[in-house]
Design a protein around this ligand. Sequence first.
Ligand code: TMP
Length: 222
Amino acid sequence: MLSDMAGVFISFEGIEGSGKSTQVALLAEALRRQGGAVVVTREPGGTALGQVLRRLLLEPAGAPLAPKAELLLMLADRAQHVQEVIAPALQKGSIVISDRFVDSTTAYQGYGRGIALELLAQLNHFTSGGYLPALTLLLDLPAAEGLRRARQRRGEAAGLDPFERESLEFHERVRRGFLEVARANPMRIYIIDATRPREEIHQEIVTIVRSKGLEGSSSTAS
Ligand code: TMP
């Protein structure tokens, strides 16, 4: 955590179809109702450069991306995102809610693609500039259920992105990666059972945010 950080940084993580985006929106709305200045953002794609990178990553025109190329594009997205959006908003005292952050790189590029975890830890630190969420909400559900939901949401007509097209085994490795990172960081990462109704999940998240004293824009992350 950086000492110049006046705001509150919260991230959401989870496999495809875990309902992150819905829960991000519900939490942002709840915090805004309490008067908080909330910035909602995401990775990849939280900046203008990031949107170009997101298209390259999720709609590759030619051959599938090499795992190392995929990793470096994700990291370029993060470096720009931290400098342009996250750091300035935190320095202004806002509550920043990011749909994915460093743990996605560990889970997808590490556990999913097999890139060395020690290298990813260094690169995550390098690109995040030391900014780490005070709280990470990991929406957990079985990979088969997540994939079913994600594919259903897309519908048959719209094509699946390269991650949604990955095998069930890939997504099971990614889920295991998230759970292992969560168990190694129990003070920061809360595992939420995402198979429950969305309102119940939201209430649990609000309770956690309150219990950590993070609901006010004046709170200082510790
Ligand atoms: P989204 O579907 O949550 O918007 O995320 C897009 C995809 O990007 C998702 O399949 C996970 C993937 N991703 C990584 O593989 N590594 C990362 O570091 C991030 C931020 C996302």
